[in-house]
Ligand binder design. Sequence first.
Ligand code: AMP
Ligand code: ZN
Length: 113
Amino acid sequence: MNDCLFCRIIAGEIPSTKVYEDETVFAFRDINPQAPTHILVIPKAHISGCDGVTSENSAVVAHIFEVIPQIAKAENLTGGYRVVSNCGADAGQTVPHLHFHILGGKQLALDMA
Ligand code: AMP
Ligand code: ZN
């Protein structure tokens, strides 16, 4: 059994609030939002994180970055938004399945450290 949290969300074994889905990408609302709009965009194929991106699977990352502005538009993030991917312990990655946070809906703090 796949015990990856986000793989289980994609499989529908754990509920989520879906905002977008296609053949290779899934997006849902973060359970602990850090901004008025906080969405996670993930590949359906399990990739551990940024370090797991290779020439074999990077097409889905390009596709995610096509999908992100579509989601931002659907969410009316007309003032802008931030895209973040935490990679590894020092960055605070807590779920080892590649994900991109979309944050928006307010003036975001600039301090990234
Ligand atoms: P990171 O800390 O960058 O690995 O991001 C993981 C994100 O997943 C955090 O922002 C969590 O709030 C979010 N998260 C954890 N469990 C769930 C869940 N069941 N549904 C939605 N978001 C979740
Ligand atoms: Zn996974």
